[in-house]
Design a protein. Structure first.
Length: 105
Protein backbone atom coordinates (compact mmCIF):
# COMPACT_ATOMS: atom_id res chain seq x y z
CA UNK A 1 0.00 0.00 0.00
CA UNK A 2 2.69 2.50 0.98
CA UNK A 3 1.86 6.06 0.02
CA UNK A 4 -1.54 6.36 -1.60
CA UNK A 5 -2.48 9.43 -3.61
CA UNK A 6 -5.37 11.59 -2.41
CA UNK A 7 -7.03 11.12 -5.78
CA UNK A 8 -7.00 7.34 -5.28
CA UNK A 9 -8.34 7.73 -1.73
CA UNK A 10 -11.13 10.03 -2.92
CA UNK A 11 -12.11 7.64 -5.72
CA UNK A 12 -12.14 4.70 -3.30
CA UNK A 13 -14.21 6.65 -0.79
CA UNK A 14 -16.75 7.64 -3.45
CA UNK A 15 -16.97 4.04 -4.70
CA UNK A 16 -17.45 2.78 -1.16
CA UNK A 17 -20.24 5.30 -0.55
CA UNK A 18 -22.02 4.26 -3.77
CA UNK A 19 -21.49 0.53 -3.22
CA UNK A 20 -24.67 -1.57 -3.20
CA UNK A 21 -23.39 -3.46 -0.15
CA UNK A 22 -23.50 -1.51 3.10
CA UNK A 23 -20.00 -0.10 3.64
CA UNK A 24 -20.07 -1.26 7.25
CA UNK A 25 -20.64 -4.82 6.07
CA UNK A 26 -17.54 -4.48 3.89
CA UNK A 27 -15.54 -3.14 6.83
CA UNK A 28 -16.73 -6.04 8.96
CA UNK A 29 -15.67 -8.45 6.21
CA UNK A 30 -12.24 -6.83 6.09
CA UNK A 31 -11.98 -7.08 9.87
CA UNK A 32 -12.88 -10.79 9.81
CA UNK A 33 -10.40 -11.36 6.96
CA UNK A 34 -7.60 -9.77 8.99
CA UNK A 35 -8.57 -11.50 12.26
CA UNK A 36 -8.75 -14.90 10.57
CA UNK A 37 -5.33 -14.53 8.96
CA UNK A 38 -6.78 -14.49 5.42
CA UNK A 39 -8.80 -17.70 5.90
CA UNK A 40 -12.08 -17.24 4.03
CA UNK A 41 -14.05 -20.07 5.68
CA UNK A 42 -13.07 -18.95 9.17
CA UNK A 43 -13.83 -15.31 8.36
CA UNK A 44 -17.24 -16.23 6.91
CA UNK A 45 -17.96 -18.23 10.05
CA UNK A 46 -17.04 -15.24 12.25
CA UNK A 47 -19.65 -13.19 10.39
CA UNK A 48 -22.16 -16.03 10.23
CA UNK A 49 -22.46 -15.74 6.44
CA UNK A 50 -21.95 -18.18 3.57
CA UNK A 51 -18.33 -18.42 2.31
CA UNK A 52 -19.48 -17.37 -1.19
CA UNK A 53 -21.07 -14.23 0.26
CA UNK A 54 -17.84 -13.49 2.08
CA UNK A 55 -15.80 -14.07 -1.11
CA UNK A 56 -18.06 -11.63 -2.98
CA UNK A 57 -17.57 -8.97 -0.32
CA UNK A 58 -13.80 -9.41 -0.44
CA UNK A 59 -13.87 -9.12 -4.23
CA UNK A 60 -15.80 -5.83 -3.91
CA UNK A 61 -13.23 -4.54 -1.41
CA UNK A 62 -10.43 -5.38 -3.84
CA UNK A 63 -12.26 -3.62 -6.68
CA UNK A 64 -12.94 -0.52 -4.60
CA UNK A 65 -9.39 -0.29 -3.25
CA UNK A 66 -7.81 -1.48 -6.50
CA UNK A 67 -5.62 -3.84 -4.47
CA UNK A 68 -4.99 -7.58 -4.35
CA UNK A 69 -5.48 -8.59 -0.71
CA UNK A 70 -3.62 -11.88 -1.05
CA UNK A 71 -0.38 -9.99 -1.69
CA UNK A 72 1.71 -10.17 1.47
CA UNK A 73 2.73 -6.49 1.44
CA UNK A 74 -0.86 -5.32 0.95
CA UNK A 75 -2.15 -7.59 3.72
CA UNK A 76 0.65 -6.45 6.05
CA UNK A 77 -0.17 -2.78 5.41
CA UNK A 78 -3.89 -3.35 6.00
CA UNK A 79 -3.25 -5.39 9.12
CA UNK A 80 -0.92 -2.70 10.47
CA UNK A 81 -3.41 0.10 9.70
CA UNK A 82 -6.20 -1.91 11.33
CA UNK A 83 -4.09 -2.37 14.48
CA UNK A 84 -3.37 1.36 14.62
CA UNK A 85 -7.10 2.13 14.34
CA UNK A 86 -7.74 -0.37 17.13
CA UNK A 87 -5.05 1.18 19.36
CA UNK A 88 -6.57 4.63 18.80
CA UNK A 89 -10.01 3.24 19.69
CA UNK A 90 -11.32 4.11 16.22
CA UNK A 91 -11.81 0.64 14.74
CA UNK A 92 -15.00 -0.23 16.60
CA UNK A 93 -16.54 3.13 15.68
CA UNK A 94 -15.87 2.38 12.01
CA UNK A 95 -17.37 -1.09 12.31
CA UNK A 96 -20.43 0.27 14.11
CA UNK A 97 -20.88 3.13 11.63
CA UNK A 98 -20.38 5.84 14.23
CA UNK A 99 -18.54 9.11 13.94
CA UNK A 100 -15.71 9.67 16.40
CA UNK A 101 -13.93 12.94 17.02
CA UNK A 102 -12.83 14.72 13.86
CA UNK A 103 -12.98 11.58 11.72
CA UNK A 104 -16.08 10.91 9.65
CA UNK A 105 -17.41 7.45 8.92
Amino acid sequence: MGVVSSRHQLRSSEELDSCSINKYELLKALDAFILSGKRFKEAASLLDIHPNTFAYRMKRIEEILDLRLEQHAVFFDLQFAWQVLDMLDLKQSLLDGQKNGSFSG
